[in-house]
Design a protein around this ligand. Sequence first.
Ligand code: ACO
Length: 323
Amino acid sequence: MTGSFLAGVGGYLPTRIVSNDELAMTIDTSDTWIRERTGIIQRHIADDRETAAFMGAAAARAALDRAQIGIANVDAIIVATSTPDQGFPSTATAIQAQLGVTKGFAFDISAACSGFVYGLSVADAMLRTRQCRAALVVGTEVFSRLMNWQDRSTCVLFGDGAGAAVLTWDDETDDASGRGIISTHLHADGRFGDILYIDGATGQSTKPQKLVMNGREVFRHAVGKLSDAVEEALHANGLTSADIDWLVPHQANLRIIDAMGKRLNLRQDQVVVTVDRHANTSAASIPLALAEAYADGRIKPGHLVLIEALGGGLTWGAALIRA
Ligand code: ACO
């Protein structure tokens, strides 16, 4: 085994689906504009019951089911979210309580849309150093609660949902297949904090929160920085893009996804896309896409999977996984 093993992935999406046409009934936009600029057709929107913890716990249960690992074995819960249920306790401890886990540790990570890649990297490092043996990495977001639903430049882009992965480490395993997390590559540059941020914090409860984005600047940074991170990941392992079976990118925008696929010379059918149906679910987007591609049998044991994401911070990163 190369590193910690990705034993199972699961997802949860709110029942309520909101189409572009439905949004166009309340703001000055159109299905055509949204599809052409983003690839988004619809998004799932949480109801009052569907908080980050509720959805994260549901995704975690699905991941544990797929991994066939009992809840009693989980000894680490790492949750990536920008929309926690509360300032504290963390959403991770809320998920821990909902699952009925009573051992190990639980904490949140704040890395915006890169949160799942960051969480995977932290979990992998903690598993390698034997600080835990079965870690849940959860990305869960309710961006609908942050949206200014009158701001057509942002509210059409996001959706709600959660995804989770179970990572395990087994000292007894003598597996020469090379399956597992091969390497993770994280980056941040706080100088660009003002191009994508939440205006207002839970600590400033008098100020309502809202998402602010300079879409063009984010786009400009995304393709360059993600290409560099991907190149770094491949180079570190003596691999080339020809070795990749699947690209599972953060699902912000189909144009960014297509640009990355082209840079890597991948066929369109090697790129897992969910942005059309989920919109941008921030830290949940990669585990939701992984869950779909594992469940429908596209990703098979032994396949080389590349994940990459960029988000507010700026934060960005990439990881290579042998499924
Ligand atoms: N419907 C109709 N018209 C709209 C809408 C809308 N929903 N939103 C903006 N417009 C209008 C603008 O008002 C503007 O009109 P004007 O020319 O009369 O002033 C025109 O469309 C162009 O606006 P831009 O913001 O310049 O549109 P752009 O072509 O840049 O597309 C988009 C916006 C899709 C956000 C683009 O910048 C983008 O893809 N950015 C990448 C970043 C991204 O995807 N962010 C998502 C979250 S960040 C992340 O996850 C990494």
